[in-house]
Design a protein. Structure first.
Length: 108
């Protein structure tokens, strides 16, 4: 998305559209109820969500943006009041690990 915005390149916008479609819209990483599947790695999913939100804003896709907002609210609900986010979510009781990258990127 950064390349698409800065270079005004249609090919990179198309690549972003395909990636968003395969990961957020039709993929298995994010479930239909706007949570993470059992493979929900926080760091990777936050990066994917940020890129997809950038795409949604650039294209005016409010449905996609609303879904990403719901996913963000889910992420926020998994953390503590001081910003701890589990490394992997979607597995019950898995609060044994945390990545500092997830803390820095979550915006909590």
């Amino acid at each position: 998305m950064v390349t698409a915005r800065h270079l005004q390149c249609e090919a990179t916008m198309e690549a972003a559209r395909i990636l968003v479609s395969r990961t957020v819209v039709n993929g298995r990483t994010f479930t239909p109820d706007n949570t993470f599947g059992p493979w929900g790695h926080m760091h990777g999913n936050l990066r994917t969500m940020a890129g997809a939100a950038d795409y949604a804003l650039a294209t005016g896709d409010l449905v996609l943006y609303d879904r990403l907002d719901a996913l963000y609210r889910y992420v926020k609900s998994t953390g503590t009041s001081f910003g701890f986010l589990p490394e992997v979510i979607g597995r019950q009781g898995d609060v044994i690990a945390c990545e500092t990258c997830a803390l820095g990127e979550s915006g909590l």
